[in-house]
Design a protein around this ligand. Structure first.
Ligand SMILES: C[S@@+](CC[C@H](N)C(=O)[O-])C[C@H]1O[C@@H](n2cnc3c(N)ncnc32)[C@H](O)[C@@H]1O
Length: 209
């Protein structure tokens, strides 16, 4: 199985309980989205949007005149997100079922969110395909799991064990942001969750249009 198929299998039985399990991470989600400094009328991409748990917060940022473009490859996660979008009657949320490596969005975005999208962040082709659809000068925000500092040694088994049920590239946790960071200026990251998590932000390189 390739990493996409592994990921799809891992999320098959997680979709139904995902929202409840993610409840305690809402403060971190809000903190990460705040780093996007969204403004009314802007367009934001929600990478690997899962069940669409960030959509309401992103909509709050871009307002009725802005756009939220989310995509998700797992059929089960996508279906829960689709129910949410239909239930809430959000006319400005585009919710697509597609892999990050090939997704085609309708234009260029002002901001992009990578919230706990480890496998995508560790796949250069996926990162490149997303960032080609983001304007130069756009704001980028990320959050996810990382290894503890190297000197904590065996503690990193914990990080790996926590990551493994969700991600195909579970051991690649030293600098999970590195491919995205390489395309950004002013990139900064900070530890969260006692060192086992990170939150990061940057500006997509290039001159703004
Ligand atoms: C931990 S969940 C996070 C979901 C969402 N970003 C959130 O904040 O709740 C990771 C999501 O990435 C999706 N994913 C993994 N690899 C992907 C890929 N190559 N293309 C699109 N989605 C992918 C998974 O199916 C899963 O829904």
């Amino acid at each position: 199985m390739n990493p996409n198929q592994i990921s799809i299998e891992r999320y098959r039985d997680k979709a139904a309980g995902y929202d409840a399990s993610a409840e305690f991470t809402m403060p971190l989600r809000r903190r990460t989205i705040a780093l996007l400094h969204l403004r009314a009328g802007e367009t934001v991409i929600d990478v690997g949007a899962g069940t669409g748990l960030s959509y309401a917060l992103l909509r709050d940022g871009v307002g009725d005149t802005g756009q939220v473009w989310g995509f998700e490859q797992s059929p089960e996660m996508f279906a829960v997100g689709e129910q949410r979008v239909q239930r809430e009657h959000w006319p400005n949320v585009l919710h697509l079922q597609a892999p990050a490596e090939t997704v085609n969005l309708p234009g260029m975005a002002d901001a992009v969110l990578f919230n706990y999208t480890h496998d995508i962040c560790r796949t250069p082709a996926a990162v490149a395909n997303i960032l080609r659809q983001v304007k130069p000068g756009a704001r980028v925000a990320m959050a996810g799991i990382k290894f503890f500092p190297w000197w904590t040694g065996p503690l990193n088994i914990l990080a790996w064990l926590k990551n493994r049920p969700y991600n195909a590239k579970a051991a690649d946790l030293w600098e999970p942001w590195s491919h995205v960071a390489a395309a950004c200026s002013d990139f900064q990251w900070h530890s969260t969750q006692w060192g086992m998590g990170y939150v990061a932000s940057g500006i997509k390189r290039g001159d703004p249009p």
